[in-house]
Design a protein around this ligand. Structure first.
Ligand SMILES: CSC[C@@H](O)[C@@H](O)C(=O)COP(=O)(O)O
Length: 355
C-alpha cells in the first residue's frame, strides 16, 4: 500500500483515517491540503509527516512564485508558508527536521546565487524532497538489519508493539515494524501482539492491517490487556517507534508507550525503540522539554461519529507521552544499536550524522 507519492504536480496521500475499510487517496495540489492532512492524521507517523512536508514545500514554492512580485518577495511568502506547514504538529521532530533541511538548502543556494528564480527554487526543493523520501526508505532498511542483531540466536519471538511504526508511518518498511518484518523474514518471529492504541486506534486500524497483509501472525489486544499479556508470559520483547528522542535518551512516542515501558520493567521484558537519526532532537536534553501535542476532546468522546461518553465533561487527550531513558533497553538506529549510557552513545550518533 503506497502511502505517499509525488507525481508532479500532485502529492498523492493515502487517507489513513479511512483505513482499514476504505482505500482512499487525496490528491494535493495546494500545500494547505498537505497541512490539513498532517493535522488530521490522514498522513501520520513521524518520518511520514517529514516526507509529506518535504513534498508540501514544492506546492508552497509553486504558489509563492506564481505572482508577479520580485523573487525576494516570493521567497518571503514561501518562508511563511513553510513555517505554517512546520507548525501543523508539534511533537514529531521529523516534521520540523524535514522543513528545516529544505529551508537551510534554499537559503544557502540563495546566498550563493545558485538560484535566482521560481523555477530554480521549485527544482531545488523537488530534488531535496525526493532525496528525503529515498533516504527514509534506506534508513528503514538499515534499522531493520541493525534491530535484528539484538535477537541473534532467538526464535519463536513474541513481540508487543504499540501504535503504528510501520510502512504507513514512514516512507519505507517502517521503524519498529521494519525490525519485525526482518525477524519474520529470518523465521525468528512467532507472533506480534498489537495494542489497539486508543483513542484513534492506529494499532488496530493500521498495524494489524499491515501485518496481516504481509502474512505476519498478529494478535490484536486493547491497550488495557498489555499487562495481562505480560503477566501470562506471552511477550518476549516490546518494540516501538518514536516521535522525538532527546540527547539523554528520553523518548516521546504515542500515548501509552510510557505505561508499557513501566510494565516491561516490572516483568523484566526488554523495551526497544527504533528510530532514524531524523527523530533525534540534539538540542534537547530532557524529555520534560518535549512539546506534547494536546488533541481535540472529541477524539475521546466520539469515535467515527458514535458518541461514547458525555461530550460536556473534562477530557484529557495528550497524543504522546515521554518514556524516561532508564526504562529503554536499547535504541535501534540506522547507525547501529545504541545502549546506555545514552548521553555518550547519542553524542556519538550526532557526530556521525552531523559531519
Ligand atoms: C515510525 S513512527 C513512530 C511514531 O511516529 C509512532 O509510533 C506514533 O506515535 C505516531 O503517532 P501519530 O499520532 O499516529 O502520528
Amino acid at each position: 500500500m503506497i502511502n505517499i507519492e509525488w507525481k508532479q504536480p500532485e502529492l498523492i496521500l493515502l487517507d489513513q483515517t479511512k483505513l482499514p475499510t476504505d482505500i482512499h487517496y487525496i490528491r494535493c495540489t495546494d500545500w494547505r491540503q498537505v497541512a490539513e492532512a498532517i493535522k488530521m492524521l490522514r498522513v501520520r507517523g513521524a518520518p511520514a509527516i517529514g516526507v509529506a512536508a518535504g513534498y508540501g514545500l514544492i506546492l508552497a514554492a509553486t504558489e509563492a512564485t506564481q505572482s508577479n512580485h520580485p523573487f525576494s518577495e516570493q521567497l518571503s511568502q514561501f518562508y511563511e508558508f513553510a513555517e505554517e506547514l512546520k507548525e501543523t504538529r508539534p511533537t514529531a521532530i521529523n516534521l520540523a527536521w524535514a522543513v528545516d533541511r529544505v529551508l537551510t538548502l534554499v537559503k544557502a543556494s540563495i546566498s550563493d546565487n545558485a538560484i535566482t528564480n521560481g523555477e530554480a527554487l521549485i527544482n531545488l526543493i523537488t530534488k531535496e524532497a525526493e532525496e528525503i523520501h529515498r533516504e527514509d526508505i534506506a534508513l528503514n532498511h538499515a534499522m531493520a538489519k541493525a534491530g535484528a542483531t539484538l535477537f541473534e540466536g532467538q526464535s519463536n519471538i513474541r513481540m508487543l508493539t504499540h501504535c503504528n511504526a510501520g510502512a504507513l508511518a514512514t516512507g519505507g518498511l517502517g521503524t519498529a515494524l521494519g525490525v519485525i518484518r526482518e525477524l519474520h523474514a529470518n523465521g525468528q518471529l512467532e507472533r506480534v501482539y498489537a495494542d489497539e492504541t486508543r483513542p484513534l486506534l492506529q494499532g488496530a486500524r493500521l498495524t494489524a492491517l499491515e501485518l496481516h497483509e504481509d502474512g505476519i501472525p498478529v494478535t490484536l489486544q486493547t491497550d488495557n490487556m498489555a499487562a495481562y499479556a505480560m503477566q501470562q508470559g506471552l511477550i518476549d520483547a516490546i518494540i516501538v517507534g518514536a516521535d522525538r528522542i532527546t540527547t539523554k535518551g528520553d523518548v516521546a512516542n504515542k500515548i501509552g508507550t510510557y505505561g508499557l515501558a513501566v510494565l516491561a520493567k516490572h516483568h523484566n521484558i526488554p523495551f526497544y525503540v527504533a528510530a532514524p537519526y531524523s527523530t533525534f532532537d540534539f538540542t534537547l536534553q530532557d524529555g520534560k522539554d518535549i512539546p506534547i501535542e494536546m488533541r481535540m476532546a472529541e477524539e475521546v468522546w466520539n469515535f467515527h461519529g458514535i458518541q461514547t461518553a458525555p461530550s460536556d465533561i473534562g477530557i484529557l487527550n495528550p497524543a504522546f507521552d515521554v518514556t524516561p531513558h532508564e526504562l529503554v533497553t536499547a535504541i535501534i538506529t540506522e547507525q547501529g544499536v545504541l545502549k546506555p549510557d545514552y548521553e555518550a552513545s547519542i553524542a556519538e550518533l550526532q557526530s556521525k550524522v552531523q559531519k
